[in-house]
Design a protein around this ligand. Structure first.
Ligand code: ADP
Ligand code: ADP
Length: 231
């Protein structure tokens, strides 16, 4: 069984005549960098939220979703932690300065102060963000804010990282920086990444697998080269 498996998944929001996801089947392997590509309204966010078990209660779902062999309806110690990064970093910020933002998520984790410090230090080193620690978050550029946001999600040590158009609000240079970081996370740490994007040129070279979604269905999927020959 694949790491993530969707079998014939259909999902409808309440009072919507058309399902947002229609009989969709998809597999994702551990360590894969998967890009969900499709225009606005194609169903990318809905698909991501289903993986995060966020909207199941708020609509009608049929089909099956398995993550690491665990059916989405059950919780066991094999359940996987999913980290989620949105478009707008502002929505995810909770603290005033960068250090506190990073430590915040760990405060209820049962780690000792020393363990929290060393985990934060390691992450800050990965991002090359040592000089940002004392800075106020609201003074940072959008790109840096999104990096800190990503860092705080990673500090929770997710098994799977899901990002919904994370560069939509960023300038081209900051976008590139963030995407390069994601590539490093995937290559150096084998992080499984699922990223939704409506601009394919941004993410084309990152992906192991591209899934083109339209009207809640998969149009084409495969490695970037394969997908290019089919569209
Ligand atoms: P994308 O992320 O590709 O832009 P979405 O998953 O947000 O697509 O949307 C897929 C479809 O579901 C669209 O038709 C959208 O209008 C609809 N939709 C999304 N969220 C909701 C919601 N909370 N309630 C009702 N319909 C929704
Ligand atoms: P995204 O950029 O992720 O596609 P959207 O702009 O489609 O997001 O949607 C933004 C918010 O509006 C989401 O919370 C989504 O659930 C909600 N939404 C989208 N379409 C509808 C809809 N037709 N009815 C109700 N809520 C919707």
């Amino acid at each position: 069984m694949a790491y993530i498996e969707l079998n014939h998944v259909t999902f409808s929001y309440p009072d919507c005549t058309q399902p947002a996801i229609k009989n969709l089947s998809l597999t994702i392997e551990k360590g894969q960098f998967v890009v969900l590509f499709g225009s606005s309204g194609s169903g990318k966010s809905t698909l991501l939220r289903l993986l995060k078990k966020e909207i199941q209660p708020h609509g009608k779902l049929s089909g099956d979703i398995f993550i690491n062999g665990v059916h989405f309806g059950e919780t066991t110690d094999k359940s996987k932690k999913i980290g989620f990064v949105f478009q707008d970093p502002e929505n995810q910020v909770v603290a005033d300065d960068v250090l506190h933002e990073l430590v915040f998520g760990l405060e209820n984790s049962g780690l000792s102060t020393n363990e929290m410090r060393s985990r934060v230090a390691e992450m800050v080193h990965f991002f090359g963000a040592e000089s940002l620690l004392p800075r106020k978050i609201h003074e940072l550029s959008g790109g840096k804010k999104q990096q800190i946001n990503l860092a705080s999600v990673l500090l929770m040590q997710p098994d799977i990282l899901i990002l919904d158009e994370p560069t939509a609000q960023l300038d081209p240079v900051s976008s590139r920086e963030l995407l390069d970081m994601l590539k490093r996370l995937n290559e150096e740490f084998g992080m499984t990444i699922i990223l939704a994007e409506h601009r394919l040129e941004e993410v084309f070279t990152l992906a192991d697998k591209i899934v083109m979604v339209e009207k809640g269905k998969i149009l084409v999927e495969g490695d970037p080269r394969g997908v290019l020959t089919q569209v």
